[in-house]
Ligand binder design. Structure first.
Ligand code: 5GP
Length: 116
């Protein structure tokens, strides 16, 4: 059984968040500690999958839906032409802190390259 995180409270509107995208399966909201001028998190609304490593063939389509939502938002906000970065952190070495899979959309300025 997957444990709830703070993101479940955001989905249920029990804590405030700046929601910028919603469809049947995906919620998008601004990150509370933005790492770029635009920093939005896209999460599945109906399932808690703790990490990318917990994804199964039966729910793998969710990651595509997160990507489609992020791309739609980027186009809508006029970010697509200059470009943007999508990030999914998996567990400790990537710095994952919330164990409900999420896709970061970072945009709005040139982003530095990253790595170890
Ligand atoms: P991770 O490091 O797990 O990939 O990313 C989790 C993200 O969730 C972080 O960028 C963090 O700032 C964001 N975050 C954590 N708690 C909250 C919250 O209560 N509200 C919002 N909007 N973002 C949060």
């Amino acid at each position: 059984m997957s444990s709830e995180t703070i993101f479940s409270k955001i989905i249920r509107r029990e804590i405030p968040a700046t929601i910028v995208y919603e469809d049947e399966e995906v919620l998008g909201f601004k990150d509370i500690a933005p790492q770029a001028p635009v920093h939005v998190l896209f999460i599945p609304k109906n399932e808690i999958i703790p990490t990318l490593d917990d994804l199964q063939p039966g729910n793998a389509q969710l990651v595509g839906k997160l990507a489609l939502a992020a791309a739609h938002y980027a186009r809508q906000e006029g970010l697509a032409e200059d470009g943007y970065r999508i990030v999914m952190n998996c567990r400790e070495h990537a710095g994952q802190t919330v164990f409900h899979i999420h896709m970061h959309l970072l945009a709005g300025a040139p982003l530095g390259h990253f790595g170890a």
